[in-house]
Design a protein around this ligand. Structure first.
Ligand code: PLP
Length: 450
């Protein structure tokens, strides 16, 4: 390292000047206490350049499922990089890529590999559209997403995401032919209805949209089984089977975006399993390698890939698709998940976390709702529990909440929704520490709101 940068302040200054951080103002590292220079990690813990230890309660960015510091993944990466670091994604494949593809769930058993979640979404959309073309329905181009969902930062992924208010001012026009339906959010229902009396209006709305648009112009519906970005929205019972039925009725492909939900996060290997539904295409990334190296993919069911037989070459190529080093990391990661029963641990520790958060709801009047499944949980804070009025996102109350978490040694994203998504190797004692910290930070919020 350059000697001039060995000093911590110099490092921060240099980082602020030269590293363009994602989704942040330029230079934020220098003045925003929430931005860190991290140097090492172990399990659910990370240490910053000043030697402070934090609980990584968002598993990085919803992905370090096996936890930090797993030397065996590093060794698998090293072994593969020193024997064959790369093979052309179009002229060859490799043993780790074949082994990884063979681990697919159910009949979603052909993998298109890529380098991350956004690429997985772009790929799924292109596969879906080309699938319809080869089946004699070239007008099936439209994609239906849902408001509040997030599917990535590249153009098609951003376009199908339900994040128009934050992206429109800078990035429109978006990809044409994209529609957005209501989310299955019972706490803040677009229809001001109540489950089960609503009879799943939110799912039926998607059927109505497809019918109105003319089914023969709709390629796919895309949705996360549990939407993290929309505030950890766990859909009501029956939503997913209804959505599956609607897509089948209209010949529309269903893309289940398991980028965050997959690889044990919800207490099942894939969240779709909770709902007894399989997408025609499943997008994955994040927990596939627990973030040790970038990798994503699309798992396709047989009827999808069979449309690409003979002359029907897939018109889509990514240089790093099926990267052998990433595949080797994924195999080592999946081995840990299985050997340590991290899926079962996510179910058990998730139940403990949700019970702890429910206790906080009983104690703190500003907790409006607690939601989650497995080790992905959201606590929604409100100014008034009866009216569900939100706090101002930039006001002193939510600042007190996020400062309170950080000052007590917990890193996560906290605004109206306090997100908790720790590594799946978490222990019962560590879950209790998280709940205690949230308890303290909620008291800070209360003090700030008078
Ligand atoms: C559900 C979902 N899909 C796709 C993506 C995009 O993944 P990436 O950031 O790896 O491109 C994300 C990112 O957070 C996500 O949450």
């Amino acid at each position: 390292m350059n000697d001039a940068l060995s000093n911590q302040d110099a490092l921060k200054k240099s980082g602020a000047e030269h590293v363009f951080m994602h989704s942040a103002p330029y230079g934020a590292l220098a003045h925003d206490a929430a931005k860190k220079i991290l140097v090492e990690g172990d399990g659910i813990w990370v240490t910053d350049v000043d030697g402070n230890r934090y609980i990584d309660a968002l598993a990085g960015l919803w992905l370090v499922n096996v936890g930090h510091g797993r030397a065996e993944i590093g060794e698998a990466i090293g072994r593969q990089a020193s024997s064959l670091a790369y093979a052309s994604s179009t002229a060859a494949t490799t043993i780790p890529a074949i082994q990884l593809a063979a681990l697919a769930p159910g009949d979603q058993n052909t993998a298109f590999f890529c380098s991350g979640g956004s690429e997985a979404i772009e790929s799924a959309i292109k596969i879906a559209r080309q699938y319809h073309y080869h089946r004699g329905q070239p007008k099936r181009q439209k994609i239906i997403g849902r408001r509040g969902s997030y599917h990535g930062g590249t153009y098609a992924a951003m376009s199908v995401s339900g994040t128009r208010p934050t992206s429109d001012p800078y990035h429109s026009p978006f990809m044409p032919g994209v529609l957005h339906a209501s989310p299955p959010s019972c706490y803040r229902c677009d229809f001001r209805a109540t489950f089960p009396a609503c009879d799943l209006l939110c799912a039926d709305q998607i059927g109505q949209m497809i019918a109105y648009e003319n089914p023969e112009t709709v390629a796919a519906v895309i949705a996360e089984p549990i939407s993290a970005s929309n505030g950890i929205v766990v859909p009501p019972e029956g939503y997913w089977p209804r959505l599956r039925e609607i897509c089948d009725t209209h010949g529309v492909l269903l893309i289940t975006d398991e980028v965050i939900n997959g690889f044990g996060r919800t207490g099942r290997m894939f969240a779709s399993e909770h709902f007894g539904v399989a997408g025609d295409l499943l997008t994955m990334a994040k927990g596939l390698t627990s973030g040790y190296v970038p990798m994503g993919g699309v798992m396709c069911r047989p009827h999808v890939v069979e449309a690409f037989a003979d002359e029907n070459t897939l018109s889509h190529l990514l240089t790093y698709g099926g990267h052998p080093v990433a595949a080797a990391a994924a195999l080592a990661n999946l081995d840990i998940i299985e050997r340590e029963d991290l899926v079962g641990n996510a179910e058990r520790m998730g139940a403990r976390l949700l019970a702890g958060l429910e206790d906080l709801r009983a104690k703190h009047p500003n907790v409006g709702d607690v939601r989650g499944l497995g080790l992905i949980a959201g606590l929604e804070v409100v100014r008034d529990r009866d009216t569900r009025e939100k706090f101002d996102e930039k006001g002193p109350e939510l600042k007190a909440l996020s400062d309170g978490l950080r000052n007590r040694g917990l890193l996560t994203r906290a605004g109206t929704i306090l997100n908790l998504c720790p590594p799946l190797c978490i222990t019962a004692d560590e879950v209790d520490q998280i709940v205690d910290i949230v308890d303290g930070a909620l008291s800070d919020l209360e003090a700030a709101s008078g």
